[in-house]
Design a protein around this ligand. Structure first.
Ligand code: NAP
Length: 451
């Protein structure tokens, strides 16, 4: 009997974990994993901080899934643009969208569009060598002495840490050389993390906070008077302990200083000649468990502002989408129309399903939950999906010749050898043209017509 054919759109952790769960189910299934990029692994490659190699090493496990016989990687295919969601629905028994959340939320305050203001999404993508952001570095005013990062989550902490770290500390990462060079020449002296609630509410995690204790040449400034004595919640207690240790740390004036500002919400970004010059903050306080603004205003000098207040997803083609929540409405992973009916054969997993929360491993249970729904829906239905050759034919009719897994391996080995040439483990290729050229160097994969 022919296997069920499933398309997974997105090769980040959620997409790969969905694939793994499908294969492990024991049902005869083969999976085509699509990605808009010529490279797999999504946010593990382009979001996990470059100085967090331990988290990135999850790639070893994800790779094993991509190398299973029942799995094909089809990179450089933009589903919803190059091929419609309806076409995929016709070609496969089931389609799983695991496309993540790629847009940074806005603050909706005056001055947000001034030069020098950017989203963490863009900044992270740039330093991670994402090919859509190869030239973005020019727009980041890293000559600024004072940078304000707004938000109290791990992404804000990643951005702040990378801004205060020295070039030597970053030299061993996989950042492209032009990024390292820009960061090495940065004029940043003060990084201000602005948190609209208290230290007990911050969404940073203790492990990430404690990493700051290891940065010998960075001073951290925290008002110890704002730290509650403890918490019954173990995660909050661990954060408070980390903050207390950072506040008590005796350090000589560092090369750079990281300032934590709690109970402060941004109300306006102030302009000097079209570029941001300062952030106007309003003090907040807790009144009976609700955070309220006090009307007390202060200003923080800022030549660059990074907003890091969460992400939302983009609509994929014509797939139902909840604009307010910024994700796809679903029931146990089954995509729902606005009237609550399920869209047959269409599923979601990961951030596009549940919103931007949790760590990489959270996606495993999330994807497994979706796969339970897929298998229940397929039960008793004969396979009707198109075979790989037929899929390739349809894609070719649209001028698409995907980057195969072998094409990705060519990119991978080129990045490793470029890195070794510079005494580093890997150096990422940051631009589309080179990625496509290197992938096409694989004999079987001549590259897409439109490249
Ligand atoms: P997040 O954890 O949801 O944090 C968003 C922060 O933005 C919150 O502190 C929130 O404050 C604040 N915020 C929202 N709207 C705001 C506004 N208008 N003004 C001021 N502050 C505002 O999101 P994230 O940092 O983007 O991280 C996304 C997910 O990835 C999280 O699950 C995170 O743990 C994970 N991640 C993990 C790692 C790691 O494990 N090393 C690294 C990076 C990311 P309120 O709490 O007051 O709403």
């Amino acid at each position: 009997m022919t296997p069920y054919r499933v398309a997974v759109v997105g090769s980040g952790p959620a997409g790969v974990y969905a694939t793994e769960a499908l294969i492990r189910s024991g049902v005869d299934v083969s999976v085509d994993i699509y990605d808009r990029l010529p490279t797999p692994y999504g946010l593990v490659r382009y979001g996990v901080a470059p100085d967090h190699p331990r988290i990135k090493s999850i790639i070893v496990a994800l790779r094993k899934v991509l190398e299973r016989d029942q799995v094909r990687f089809l990179g450089d295919v933009h589903v919803g643009v190059d091929v419609t969601t309806e076409q995929l629905g016709q070609l496969y028994d089931a389609v799983v969208f695991a496309t993540g959340a790629s847009v940074g939320r806005r603050l909706s305050i005056p001055g947000e569009d001034l030069a020098g203001v950017c989203s963490a999404t863009d900044f992270v993508a740039w330093y991670s060598g994402h090919p859509d952001h190869a030239r973005a570095g020019e727009s980041f005013p890293l000559q600024a002495e004072s940078v304000v990062v707004i938000g109290a989550g791990n992404v804000a902490l990643d951005v702040a840490r990378l801004l205060v770290k020295s070039a030597e500390d970053l030299a061993g990462t996989d950042m492209p050389p032009h990024v390292l060079d820009r960061l090495a020449r940065s004029g940043v002296r003060d990084v201000h993390l602005v948190c609209r609630r208290g230290p007990e509410h911050a969404k940073f995690t203790a492990k990430e906070l404690r990493e700051l204790l290891e940065l010998d040449d960075v001073t951290t400034e925290i008002d110890a008077d704002l730290l509650p004595a403890g918490s019954e919640d173990p995660l909050t207690a661990a954060n408070l302990k980390a903050f207390a240790d950072l506040a008590a740390r005796e350090s000589a004036p560092g090369r750079r200083t990281l300032h934590f500002h709690f109970w402060s919400r941004p109300v306006e970004l102030l302009d000097a000649g079209g570029a941001v010059a300062a952030v106007r903050l309003e003090k907040t306080q807790d009144v009976g468990g609700t955070v309220v603004a006090t009307g007390e205003l202060t200003e923080l000098k800022a030549g660059m502002v990074v907003r890091s207040v969460g992400y939302y997803s983009m609509q994929i083609g014509t797939l139902p989408f909840d604009e307010d929540l910024g994700r796809v409405p679903h029931d146990a992973g089954r995509v729902l129309y606005p009237d609550g009916r399920a869209l047959d054969g269409h599923y979601v997993a990961g951030w596009v399903k549940r919103g931007p929360s949790g760590v990489v491993g959270t996606n495993r249970a999330c994807a497994a939950d979706t796969v339970v729904s897929i298998l229940a829906d397929l039960e008793g239905r004969p396979p009707r999906g198109a075979g790989p050759e037929e899929v390739d034919k349809v894609l070719a009719e649209h001028g698409i010749r995907p980057v195969t897994y072998d094409g990705w391996l060519s990119i991978d080995s080129e990045e490793l050898s470029r890195g070794q040439g510079l005494g580093r483990a890997r150096t990422k290729i940051p631009d589309w043209e080179t990625l496509r050229r290197v992938a096409a160097a694989d004999a079987e994969q001549p590259g897409r017509d439109t490249a």
